[in-house]
Design a protein around this ligand. Structure first.
Ligand code: NDP
Length: 277
């Protein structure tokens, strides 16, 4: 019988994960099936019960998407350092009756930027907008990439400051509100990790943050030219990208973690890409 995997979320109709993992399995010759599960929102215990049922039926692993990333964190027996800092889990592996939890969102994002877009972060000035779950997952991988400066800007600045304090690091990491960006030097990489684009909104980021040679990266994907990417383009930025590469790269990390073989990602990214103009 094929090994069984799933993605769990609610709603889940939009998910690309079965397609992505199906293509990975085909390419690497892995005997596995991968389905989408709409997890129950209530009662509180229902998410964990659904996961346990999947394990009892022989399930080997799961991806986790909104709104269950915190639920998955809570039910895990073991958590990676990345998952622990994020307080959120996007992949689980089931072994010997234990739930092992990971968060690959950040490594997927860094790999997309550094490898696919060929924009190494070492020595660069990097600005991240937002301080939600995606940013929490991305912070350790971003710091490991050794930017000269990493600034986290958020509407509720206390949230960004709490994240920075949690890491208690040196001066290369700092937090601020949007107004303070007006008086800062431009950045080499600007990442919109807010959820503003999901509702067609623009975070209050001033155009002066974009240096002419900058890369502007939008975490949302499949939405074409979002207000953030349009702002970047109007500021003269040539290098713009959305989060489709991150989506595929985090999936590849989970696949490699489960199956011990890393799939190729380029063709899958190309297949899922929605043009940005
Ligand atoms: P969260 O809900 O955890 O956080 C949302 C963040 O967006 C908060 O920092 C919030 O600020 C900020 N925000 C929301 N609306 C606005 C606005 N109008 N102006 C300024 N800031 C705003 O979301 P996630 O971190 O989980 O997700 C963020 C984005 O990343 C989403 O677009 C999501 O789709 C995308 N994503 C993409 C992935 C991929 O694979 N490509 C993977 C995971 C996420 P405040 O705290 O001040 O309210």
């Amino acid at each position: 019988m094929s090994d069984s995997y799933a993605v769990i979320g609610n709603p889940i109709g939009h998910t690309k994960s079965p397609l992505i993992h199906g293509l990975f399995a085909q390419e690497t010759g892995q005997d596995m099936r991968y389905v989408a599960i709409e997890g129950p929102l209530e009662p509180a215990q229902a998410f964990a019960d659904t996961v346990k049922d999947f394990i009892a039926a022989g399930g080997k692993g799961m991806n986790v998407t909104a709104p269950f990333k915190l639920h998955a964190f809570a039910m895990a027996d073991e958590r990676s350092e990345r998952a622990a800092l994020a307080g959120a889990v996007n992949a689980m592996k089931f072994e010997n009756g234990r739930v092992i939890a990971e968060n690959f969102d950040g490594v997927g994002l860094v790999r997309d930027i550094e490898v696919n877009l060929n924009q190494p972060m070492a020595g660069k000035r990097v600005l991240v907008l937002g301080a939600g779950g995606a940013v929490r997952g991305a912070l350790l991988p971003f710091l490991a990439a050794r930017p000269a400066q990493l600034v986290i800007a958020n509407r509720h600045v206390d949230k960004a400051k709490a994240l920075v304090e949690q890491l208690a690091l040196n001066g290369s990491l700092s937090a601020c509100g949007y107004a303070e960006l007006e008086s800062m030097e431009p950045f080499d990489l600007i990442v919109n990790a807010t959820s503003a684009s999901l509702t067609g909104q623009l975070p209050p980021v001033p155009p002066c943050v974009f240096s002419p040679h900058a890369t502007a990266y939008e975490l949302a994907y499949g939405k074409g030219l979002t207000p953030f990417l349009r702002l970047a383009r109007d500021a003269g930025v040539q290098g713009i990208a959305d989060g489709v590469g991150m989506l595929v790269e985090q999936a590849a990390e989970a696949f490699a973690w489960w199956r011990g073989v890393r799939p190729q990602t380029r063709a899958v990214i190309d297949r899922l890409t929605v043009p940005l103009n």
